[in-house]
Write a protein that binds this ligand. Structure first.
Ligand code: G3P
Length: 222
């Protein structure tokens, strides 16, 4: 799984520009930019859009959340097996906007592992990174909640924390996110040892998302 793990993952959240038809268009754009530049890109889409995206493109598609359930009488819940069946590569878990208790998180990771769904688990602090490692997720994304959606990036505000969480994560790939918008944000994050970045508004709210994506990709080239 590590082989296909993307260096830039864009979380579409529930932005109007990135739902429904918008999600399909934006995912296609990521797919095109990945193919043309050779960069490793991924997208995290609403479960509403998994059928629109997950098996239509070659880039890895992540669900934004799944529940710790099997198929069955589970009204309104999202079984990891169904997400896998729709063609998703993996799922985000424990995002700041969708926090889980450690108990639920552990159970969800276990079910994802059993169906072959890659888990990218968000953590808001070095302590949380440490705690989450115990569940052996496939990757962790460090995102300080106070910087999410803002214009100051995690790599500008917290370079020393990035270095720390990279060291804590050890062999588990670590992404960083919050406020990431520029080529420089990506470059600095990678220089500090992160395997990639997780971002949202920098692309989903940009007037010209393609230009932003192509700039971000430049940050992956040393
Ligand atoms: O999941 C990515 C995210 O929470 C960061 O959002 O808008 O700061 O890039 P944003």
């Amino acid at each position: 799984m590590g082989v296909n793990f993307p260096a830039i993952i864009v979380n579409f959240k529930a932005y109007e520009s990135a739902l429904g038809e918008g999600a399909a268009l934006l995912a296609r754009l990521h797919d095109t930019v990945a193919r043309e530049t050779g960069a490793s890109l991924g997208v995290a889409v609403s479960s509403l859009d998994l059928t629109n995206t997950a098996s239509n493109f070659t880039i890895p598609v992540f669900a934004q959340h799944v529940d710790p359930v099997e198929y069955g009488a589970r009204t309104g819940q999202i079984p990891p097996a169904a997400v896998k069946q729709l063609g998703a590569f993996g799922t985000l878990l424990n995002h700041a906007e969708r926090r889980l208790s450690l108990e639920v998180l552990g159970k969800t990771i276990e079910i994802c592992r059993s169906v072959g769904l890659f888990t990218l688990v968000c953590a808001e602090s070095p302590e949380k990174v440490q705690e989450i490692l115990a569940f052996k997720p496939d990757a962790i994304a460090y995102e300080p909640p106070e910087l999410i959606g803002g214009n100051v990036s995690v790599s500008q505000a917290q370079p020393e924390v990035i270095a720390r969480v990279v060291a804590i994560a050890g062999a588990t790939p670590l992404l960083v996110g919050a406020g990431v918008k520029t080529e420089q944000d990506v470059r600095v994050s990678l220089q500090l040892g992160a395997r990639g970045v997780l971002l949202a508004s920098g692309v989903t709210l940009a007037p010209y998302p393609e230009d932003v994506l192509r700039q971000l990709v430049k940050g992956t080239i040393s």
